[in-house]
Design a protein around this ligand. Structure first.
Ligand SMILES: [Ca+2]
Ligand SMILES: [Ca+2]
Length: 179
């Protein structure tokens, strides 16, 4: 009976604990990541703005994420380009991205045809998304809207049933929990 009581108690606890994940207020969630758009600033200021708050500058890693962010920016309106958290400033044509994991090679790419072109005499070393969704290298001193990104925070959902914490429960032959 002692073993039966214990296993019944554990079952009751597991039954009550369900886990969800949430984003900070006013952020949007996509696949366990959270996103928020902020007003225009330079690329370096954008990187600092996100990182100083414990977030990351947006790094896009899939066509689906690109489509999601593009849709969010388009819905917010009034933009022609927005910053992404990648640059080739350290070594021309060697694109790296800055996330919580550190500096990583840029893996997924979505260049507009003809880009990156490093167009100006002093180069173009910062990554932007254009309003058509494709990417372009532009000069880092431009001011563009930014998107910060962070992980969603796991939380315990409200219990659906509340049982007195000081009691033990027995799993009956009928599969139901009994005091
Ligand atoms: Ca460049
Ligand atoms: Ca360019």
């Amino acid at each position: 009976m002692a073993v039966s009581k214990l296993s019944g108690f554990i079952l009751a606890v597991l039954f009550l604990r369900t886990v969800n994940a949430v984003c900070p207020p006013n952020w949007v969630e996509y696949r366990s990541r959270c996103y928020h758009t902020y007003t225009a600033m330079t690329w370096a200021d954008a990187k600092a703005y996100c990182e100083e708050r414990g977030w990351e500058m947006l790094v896009i890693e899939s066509p689906e994420e690109n489509a999601f962010v593009h849709e969010e920016l388009t819905a917010s309106g009034g933009w022609t380009r927005a910053w992404l958290g990648c640059s080739d400033e350290a070594l021309e044509d060697h694109w790296v991205c800055y996330s919580a994991a550190g500096v990583e090679e840029m893996k997924y790419m979505n260049w507009v045809p003809g880009q990156p072109d490093n167009y100006y005499i002093d180069g173009e070393h910062c990554l932007s998304m254009r309003d058509i969704g494709g990417w372009n290298d532009i000069q880092c001193h431009n001011t563009c809207p930014i998107v910060c990104e962070t992980s969603s925070i796991p939380i315990e959902a409200e219990p659906t049933r509340v049982l007195p914490a000081t009691s033990c429960y027995v799993l009956g032959d009928d599969g139901r929990i009994h005091p």
